[in-house]
Write a protein that binds this ligand. Structure first.
Ligand code: IMP
Length: 443
């Protein structure tokens, strides 16, 4: 028999917003737009490698660790256990938001999130330098925020510190000194500069950070389940993107967490069955930062034009992004991995003005045509894009209704819908909140 309590509070629908390409698809804008319908925005993966920029009233805000829900007073902004947290980066971000008068009382930080320490950043840097000097000369092109080494230590267990430890001086000191016994020699062997790293200093800095962060540190798993039990709805905010997922992306040119929705259960303690609505975010074209195969990459004036019009420079590192035509093979694969229920096409305005726009609808690999993605860097490196050309369209940044888009822009959107097999629900034609067309209100 079902208990009356079960009927009283049916589990609310939760939504996930996740990037379907190599990151920087504009997730922050969509999350900001739909947050009013939710009670909490939850980050489940990644760290300060991510960068969301949100434009509100013409002012651009860049976030790295804090969920963009923070701009909505009264909402929870949860950094869950799957995130790796650099306390220095988090405090910097909190200070910047305080200076802008943003209310921070809704922020919750998991006591089980792992901590990025100075040696993680040094190791990230040293590994990249070593790879760059290796036979292929190709590093991963990381953001050097210590993400890979921090997740490695999380899995290694004996060398990691969790956020909860920042509140327990004795335990923290022991953990930091134990970690340093492994890290010091390893870093020296890698040729890293360890002069500036002193384990006692690391401890004191971490404890000071813990004091400041203490009011927001909590068991976010119970916090989230309490919210669900009381009928509140959650919005999960993916960082990085599906093609950078450590299991399902273009390995090894990926980040070190599960960026797809598959990272939600482990990264938050909320079972996947609660996430019934998945918004797949994609740009109208493709970009990638860092190394790794990118079949539809352009190296000509078209790429420059896309980069300038789309302001395609990294939010976190300022690096110019690699640009290319839309790769629908990759997007359809990512939509499948995530079980995307609707799509948001971002930056469609950037493609305005081209006489013809191309979309990649297949790959030629070793003379064989395929429309299946290959989430393995070595195989994907040999893929030649098979394009379909579509007629271009004029300026659209002032359009506010999908039905008012020029016919060829509508055709472009319909082509994406047909190929991916998922309806397009949101179309963005500029950075501001008002430059967004939403087809169906789901909440
Ligand atoms: P890491 O996450 O710093 O280890 O970097 C691994 C790869 O993921 C590199 O190619 C980065 O450029 C890329 N990357 C990580 N986070 C993001 C993101 O938020 N947007 C775009 N690329 C990212």
């Amino acid at each position: 028999m079902t208990s009356p309590a079960h009927h009283a509070n049916p589990t609310p629908r939760c939504t996930a917003v996740v990037g379907l390409q190599w990151g920087d698809e504009g997730k922050g804008k969509v999350i900001d737009l739909i947050t009013p319908a939710f009670d909490a925005v939850v980050r489940y993966n990644g760290g300060a490698n991510a960068g969301h920029s949100v434009v509100i009233n013409g002012q651009r805000h860049a976030l790295h660790l804090i969920p963009s829900g923070v701009f909505h007073p009264g909402k929870r902004a949860v950094i869950a256990n799957g995130v790796v947290v650099d306390p220095d980066a988090l405090l910097k971000e909190l200070d910047a938001l305080t200076a802008k008068g943003i209310d921070l009382s809704g922020i919750r930080l998991s006591d089980r999130a792992h901590v990025v320490l100075p040696w993680h950043k040094a190791e990230d840097e040293a590994r990249e330098t070593l790879l760059a000097g290796g036979p292929s000369g190709l590093s991963i092109g990381t953001t050097k925020r210590g993400i890979g080494p921090a997740y490695s230590d999380k899995a290694a267990r004996s060398t990691s510190v969790r956020v909860g430890d920042l509140l327990r001086p004795e335990i923290l000191r022991e953990k930091v000194h134990t970690a340093w016994r492994f890290k010091g020699p390893a870093l020296n062997a890698l040729g890293a500069d360890t002069q500036a790293i002193d384990p006692d200093g690391v401890c004191e800095r971490a404890l000071a950070a813990g004091k400041r962060l203490a009011p927001m540190i909590t068991d976010t798993v119970y916090e989230l389940h309490d919210l669900l039990r009381s009928g509140r709805s959650l919005l999960f905010e993916g960082a990085n993107a599906t093609l950078l997922d450590v299991d399902h992306g273009t390995y090894p040119y990926v980040t070190s967490s599960n960026c797809s929705v598959l990272g939600i259960p482990a990264g938050t303690g909320v079972p996947g069955k609660h996430v019934s609505d998945v918004i797949g975010i994609m740009k109208a074209y493709s970009t990638r930062v860092g190394s790794g195969p990118f079949p539809s990459e352009l190296l000509d004036d078209t790429a420059n034009s896309i980069r300038e019009r789309g302001r395609e420079y990294g939010t976190t590192t300022g690096r110019p992004r690699r640009c290319g035509w839309l790769d629908l093979v990759a997007v359809r694969y990512a939509a499948m991995i995530n079980g995307a229920s609707r799509l948001a096409i971002m930056l469609l305005d950037v493609l305005a003005g081209f006489e013809t726009v191309k979309v990649c609808v297949g790959y030629d690999i070793d003379g064989k045509r395929t429309d299946r993605f290959t989430p393995d860097a070595a195989s994907l490196a040999g893929a030649r894009p098979v394009y379909e050309s579509l007629p271009g369209f004029p300026e659209i940044s002032g359009v506010r209704d999908r039905a008012d888009l020029p016919r060829n822009a509508q055709r472009y959107v319909e082509f994406i819908e047909r190929y991916v097999g998922v309806p397009v629900d949101i179309i963005s034609v500029g950075p501001d909140r008002v430059q967004t067309m939403v087809s169906h209100a789901r909440h």
